[in-house]
Structure formats: structure tokens, C-alpha cells
Ligand binder design. Structure first.
Ligand SMILES: [Zn+2]
Length: 189
């Protein structure tokens, strides 16, 4: 007899409890629980050899988005893709160990289980000349281009200014959420 693995929810609840995050965090923040992606492909290999991974459909859409940007003279860089629950927990644990308060951390990082990066469909986007993951990204040509063109490729800004999830404004964070009607996204093969 094999034992069924714990449900994602039970696993997430364990992470929350271990970090001292209330069990009703998701409900209070209006954040859905996101399962970890099961299928991932490499979307970018960094100079140090680290691979940034995305779900296959999101990777294809990202590359199409990036290519379309280049055609318009805008360089989009993938800064972060898939993150596991354990990775997200590690980020929070390191910040706690460095003396940051949980309240401050949770304004910047979603709790494990609630980060869109778990799905492999969220991308943090940068552009040359702008510090990564900074609000200044809003003032770049890349951001202006994204606001005009991203929807064509199925990407949407997740955390606008004054969002109701208690997360800071993240002009760099976009989620691949294609419309249900297939064929509307100009994916390249
Ligand atoms: Zn992000």
C-alpha cells in the first residue's frame, strides 16, 4: 500500500506555520494558491550557468514577446522565472535571518504557495540600464512597450500600484495568462 502524498494545501500550510505566517494569509490577501509547475523548459541560461525555467507555453510566449520587442528596438531580459515553494521559503527565511520583519518581507515576497512564480508562467523582466526589480523599470522604454504590446502575447501586469494584495508595485512582474480562445496569441514555432 502506498501512502498518498500530502495535498499541496497541507504542504503550503506547513510552510506557512514554520515561517510564522497565519494560515488564512491567502484569504486575507486575496491571493490564490498556486501549484508548482510540473513541466519546465530552460528559457534563459545566465552567465554563471544558472538556468531560468518556465512552463513550455510560457517560455514560447516569452521568446515571442522578447523577439517582438527587439524588432521595435526594445531589449527585454528574463530576470526570474519558475520558483519552487522551497525556493520561495528560502528567500523569506534568509530575509528573516537578516533581521527584516515578516510584515515588511510579505510586502515584497508572496508567501510560499502563493507566488505566481510557482506556476512557471510568471516572469520578472528587466532591461539594460535599469537596476533589476526596481520601480524605476516603470520609466523605461521597455515598460512602455510592454504596456502597449504584452497582451498580444498573453502577458499581464500582476501587481499594479496600490493593488489589494498588500504587495508593492511590481512593474517588472508579468504573468502569462493566455485568453481561453486559442489562436489569438501570435506564438512563433
Ligand atoms: Zn516576480
Amino acid at each position: 500500500m502506498s501512502t498518498a502524498p500530502p495535498s499541496a494545501t497541507a504542504l503550503v500550510q506547513t510552510h506557512l506555520a514554520d515561517l510564522g505566517i497565519p494560515a488564512d494569509y491567502g484569504r486575507l490577501r486575496g491571493l490564490p494558491e498556486h501549484p508548482e509547475a510540473t513541466e519546465l523548459v530552460t528559457a534563459r541560461t545566465l552567465k554563471d550557468g544558472r538556468e531560468l525555467k518556465l512552463a513550455p507555453d510560457a517560455a514560447a510566449a516569452w521568446l515571442a514577446l522578447q523577439a517582438a520587442g527587439l524588432q521595435d528596438g526594445v531589449e527585454l531580459l528574463l530576470i526570474s522565472g519558475f520558483r519552487s515553494l522551497a525556493h520561495q521559503r528560502g528567500i523569506i527565511e534568509r530575509k528573516l535571518a537578516a533581521g527584516e520583519t515578516l510584515e515588511a518581507i510579505l510586502q515584497v515576497n508572496a508567501a510560499p504557495g502563493y507566488s505566481e512564480h510557482h506556476t512557471g508562467r510568471a516572469v520578472d523582466i528587466g532591461t539594460p540600464g535599469c537596476p533589476p526589480l526596481s520601480e524605476g523599470f516603470e520609466d523605461t522604454a521597455a515598460f512602455l512597450w510592454l504596456t502597449a504590446r504584452s497582451a498580444e502575447f498573453g502577458f499581464w501586469l500582476s501587481y499594479p500600484r496600490n493593488n489589494h494584495h498588500g504587495l508593492i508595485y511590481e512593474p517588472w512582474h508579468w504573468l502569462f495568462q493566455p485568453p481561453t480562445l486559442s489562436g489569438q496569441i501570435p506564438l512563433r514555432t
